[in-house]
Write a protein that binds this ligand. Structure first.
Ligand code: IPE
Ligand code: IPE
Ligand code: MG
Length: 238
């Protein structure tokens, strides 16, 4: 029915850093480092195209099970990234958000992340949500616990529970529109526990391009593909 040319919210599963590095005989860490640069480029490109929301999968709940050295390198990149990008985000108007179980991050990083979110909260150029220690299952489990607590305290009535959309108010993404387009780089065609509820009617786009190689031209290709699709939301086109 409604044919929207430009998405308002893009979600990206930034996959393929490790393979990008291995193909070059480099350590997986090199790939993660390049992945940060790719994110910087794509964030700017998305904002320049007038798209107000970008959500990126940076680290999943399951990624904690990777070798300790890789996990600690990713945490180090996150710490450095917060340090380097926060002042730039403030200047450029990038509003930073985080989704995921932030309390599982090293305490100093979690604190810095909360500070960066607070310091960038008035940014109006683009909202960047970064998924850290995120999985849809933990998000939904977190939502259920809060719903139960609100029922017990009387903030929610049993009638409220009949509204299917209630859960959205309790997800980490509350207040953010649902993604219109979800891109996964790196060749896999799966969601890996990312935004399972939020992507109920999202257009999915898979590309073999590895995340560090994903550039403006690749983004424009994905946007052109999106523009050619007809979103029906279960209805019949007029
Ligand atoms: C995605 O790249 C980044 C994270 C999961 C942190 P990968 O590290 O999964 O790269 P591949 O899939 O092994 O190539
Ligand atoms: C998904 O990639 C998570 C991120 C990109 C952060 P993975 O590489 O962890 O996913 P699987 O293991 O291939 O499903
Ligand atoms: Mg991967």
């Amino acid at each position: 029915m409604m044919k929207q040319q430009t998405p308002q919210h893009i979600a990206i599963i930034m996959d393929g850093n490790g393979r990008w590095a291995q193909q070059r005989g480099l350590s997986r860490s090199h790939g993660h480092k390049q992945g940060v640069d790719a994110l910087e480029r794509i964030l700017t490109a998305v904002a320049e195209r007038g798209i107000p929301y970008l959500t990126v999968y940076a680290f999943s709940t399951e990624n904690w099970n990777r070798p300790e050295s890789e996990v600690s390198y990713i945490m180090q990149l996150l710490a450095e990234g917060l340090h380097y990008y926060t002042p730039r985000f403030i200047e450029e108007g990038v509003r930073l958000r985080a989704i995921g179980d932030i309390d599982l991050l090293p305490a100093q990083i979690a604190e810095h992340l909360r500070d960066s979110i607070e310091q960038t909260k008035d940014g109006s150029w683009i909202t960047l949500s970064i998924a850290l220690s995120y999985s849809s299952y933990t998000e939904i489990s977190h939502a259920i616990r809060h719903i139960v607590a609100d029922v017990q305290s009387g903030r929610l009535s049993s009638d409220d529970l009949l509204r299917p959309e209630l859960i959205n108010d309790y997800l980490y993404t509350s207040g953010t529109p649902m993604p219109d387009l979800l891109i996964r780089t790196g060749g896999e065609q799966r969601l890996s526990n990312f935004l399972l509820l939020q992507s109920a009617y999202t257009e999915l786009y898979f590309t073999d391009t590895l995340w560090p190689d994903f550039d403006e031209a690749a983004l424009d290709k994905a946007l052109a593909d999106y523009a050619s699709r007809q979103r029906r939301f279960g209805t019949v086109p007029q």
